[in-house]
Design a protein around this ligand. Structure first.
Ligand code: DC
Length: 222
């Protein structure tokens, strides 16, 4: 199938809004591919930190991002053949990812890699700018949110489950800082696409959120 005709569901939203879990489940139910675009920014940040590249060095980080030796296999992520599935989930890496994501050359360098995930029979793409920049023609655009307190609790649980230490007060501060940085940057800021369906998951279970997305997809007009 012509790549441009492969259907896309874009799921954007702030950090720890539950979009990863919901987007993966929607992809599973439809039998579609899944793009975790945040993982690409996290991989670029990890590469930068491991090569002692300053996070402000736009050109060097863009070069690293343009040639990321990464490989996705289900939930597992490898960088240069080494399993970094858990390493990229550390808060330090998330915060570094948010910093380098504000650099226009880095965003540009990751576009081709993201477009490459659009493969038949369909793609569920999760991130901040899936519906606004990367896949503006997506069949369905979702903007997933939850209150900052609910997101801090979810992130706390994720980190503890992965064996990292975590503290709710620090997480709340980090989430607020990260939201502000992601929403205020000039290139591809975090914001709902004009035609996005808003979904607040603060009081929804994962099943309820997934069902709502699938209902919207079934009802779409294209
Ligand atoms: O979704 P996440 O927490 O894994 O993303 C990590 C950071 O990457 C996030 O703070 C901002 C950045 N990001 C982005 O700018 N654009 C995307 N499409 C995905 C993530």
């Amino acid at each position: 199938m012509d790549r441009i005709r492969v259907p896309v569901i874009a799921v954007d939203g702030p950090t720890a809004s539950g979009k990863g879990t919901v987007a993966q489940r929607v992809a599973q139910q439809l039998g579609w591919h899944y793009l975790d675009s945040g993982a690409l920014y996290r991989l670029a940040a990890l590469s930068a930190l491991r090569s002692n590249t300053p996070l402000s060095d736009q050109q060097r980080i863009a070069a690293l991002a343009a040639a990321l030796p990464c490989n996705f296999n289900g939930a597992a992520v490898r960088l240069s053949g080494v399993d970094v599935t858990d390493a990229i989930r550390a808060e330090e890496i998330g915060n570094a990812a948010s910093k380098i994501a504000a650099l226009p050359a880095v965003r540009q360098a990751l576009i081709g890699l993201q477009l490459g995930f659009r493969q038949a029979p369909g793609l569920v793409a999760d991130g901040r700018d899936m519906g606004t920049v990367i896949f503006p023609g997506a069949s369905l655009k979702i903007f997933l949110t939850a209150s900052v307190e609910v997101r801090a609790q979810r992130r706390y649980k994720q980190l503890i489950d992965k064996g990292f230490s975590a503290n709710i007060t620090d997480l709340l501060r980090d989430l607020n800082e990260r939201d502000a940085r992601d929403a205020q940057r000039t290139t591809a800021p975090l914001k709902p696409a004009e035609d996005a369906c808003l979904l607040d998951t603060s009081d929804l279970s994962v099943d309820q959120a997934v069902s709502q997305v699938l209902r919207w997809y079934a009802q779409r007009s294209d």
